[in-house]
Design a protein around this ligand. Structure first.
Ligand code: AMP
Ligand code: TRP
Length: 339
């Protein structure tokens, strides 16, 4: 809870490559809707990005780009705090403390680590392994109530809740009782898992080798049309019910994208398109995508020519984030008995 009695929202995006439709529908679009009713902090989580190698020049540009995409998508810096994680060293400090709270067994259960490390488990950074502790620190440092994320972050949110509970318990006799609120995830069903356009069983991702698998927020209109026209479908017609989408992941994905862009339920979209050709549906989907993505792209171009403004937003965000996080970290040091 913040000083003005509004509940607090925190979320973050990694500056590790071109942002895509999954980031937009799964996360950023929801950030916008929360700004009036909550005290929102939207972070560019560069310390998370370096858990895998980042070229320093690219990283600097990507940090700036995520900030610009936040602004271009409609996050209003007068309402929300936009800032860079590494600008506020309290994140790293609390993450270290959580390294000492989290049990190894809890981290061993994290499916995202298993996926990212794959067969290379002995050779990935230890930061990739303790990554969820840093994420818990981001969230709990601001005594967050609500965290809007895509479905892939659900398990990390559960871990955050466990860390908050264990801290509160371990230090209950030292002022820690109920210290951290237990945050709730906000995961919207239709858009929480946008899949690859080439393989409906795989998540749309920055790291997929093929750019044809994702719509990037910087794609121009022609490229959007091309990617949608080449998106994988199957020879069957568009069905009349959600149940009949089972076993047809690519179709389900395209219909879900359409539905979340147009803010309609999937069964309503099905009613409109059942029995129709995919070519008709894809044309409408491309139009809809272009009407959502092109204003963001145009705004981004303006911001590229106004780097001073983006810098000012981030400087201001840093000051506000430090003011807020300082209150928590001082109390935490005191509860633990540090210093
Ligand atoms: P990342 O790019 O990993 O920093 O993710 C930033 C936000 O986008 C997180 O809330 C993710 O859950 C969300 N996200 C990433 N990929 C997808 C996807 N394919 N579908 C839905 N949400 C996603
Ligand atoms: N781990 C998240 C992702 O990869 C990004 C993230 C870092 C985050 N810290 C966070 C999201 C705090 C929500 C809240 O998508």
């Amino acid at each position: 809870m913040s000083l003005n009695n509004k509940k607090r929202v925190f979320s973050g995006v990694q500056p590790s490559g071109a942002l895509h439709l999954g980031n937009y529908l799964g996360a950023i679009k929801n950030f916008i809707n929360l700004q009036d009713d909550y005290d929102c902090l939207y972070c560019i989580v560069d310390l998370h990005a370096i858990t895998v190698w980042q070229n320093p020049t690219d990283l600097k540009n990507n940090i700036f780009e995520v900030a610009s995409i936040y602004l271009a998508s409609g996050i209003n810096p007068k309402k929300s705090t936009i800032f860079v994680q590494s600008n506020v060293s309290h994140h790293s400090e609390l993450a270290w403390i959580f390294n000492c709270i989290t049990r190894i067994g809890w981290l061993n259960r994290m499916t995202q680590f298993k996926e990212k490390a794959g067969k290379n488990r002995e050779n990935v950074s230890s930061g990739l392994y303790t990554y969820p502790n840093l994420m818990a620190s981001d969230i709990l440092l601001y005594l967050t109530d609500l965290v809007p994320v895509g479905d892939d972050q659900k398990q990390h949110l559960e871990l955050t809740r466990d860390i908050a509970q264990k801290f509160n318990n371990d230090y209950s006799d030292f002022g820690g009782s109920n210290f951290f609120p237990i945050p709730d995830p906000l995961i919207l069903a239709e858009s929480s898992r946008v899949m690859s356009l080439r393989d409906g069983t795989k998540k749309m991702s920055k790291s997929d080798a093929s750019a044809m698998s994702r719509i990037e927020l910087k794609d121009n209109n022609d490229l959007i049309r091309k990617k949608i026209s080449k998106a994988k479908t199957d020879p069957l017609p568009i069905p009349d019910s959600i149940e009949k989408l089972e076993g047809r992941p690519e179709i389900k994905n395209l219909l879900s994208i359409f539905s979340s862009l147009s803010d309609t339920a999937v069964d309503e979209t099905l009613r409109e398109y059942e029995g129709k050709q995919f070519s008709d549906f894809k044309k409408d989907l491309s139009d809809l995508l272009i009407s959502s993505v092109s204003p963001i792209r145009e705004e981004l171009i303006k911001l590229e020519n106004d780097k001073g403004y983006v810098r000012d937003v981030l400087d201001d965000g840093r000051t506000k984030a430090i003011e807020k996080s300082e209150v928590t970290i001082k109390k935490v040091r005191n509860i633990i008995g540090l210093g």
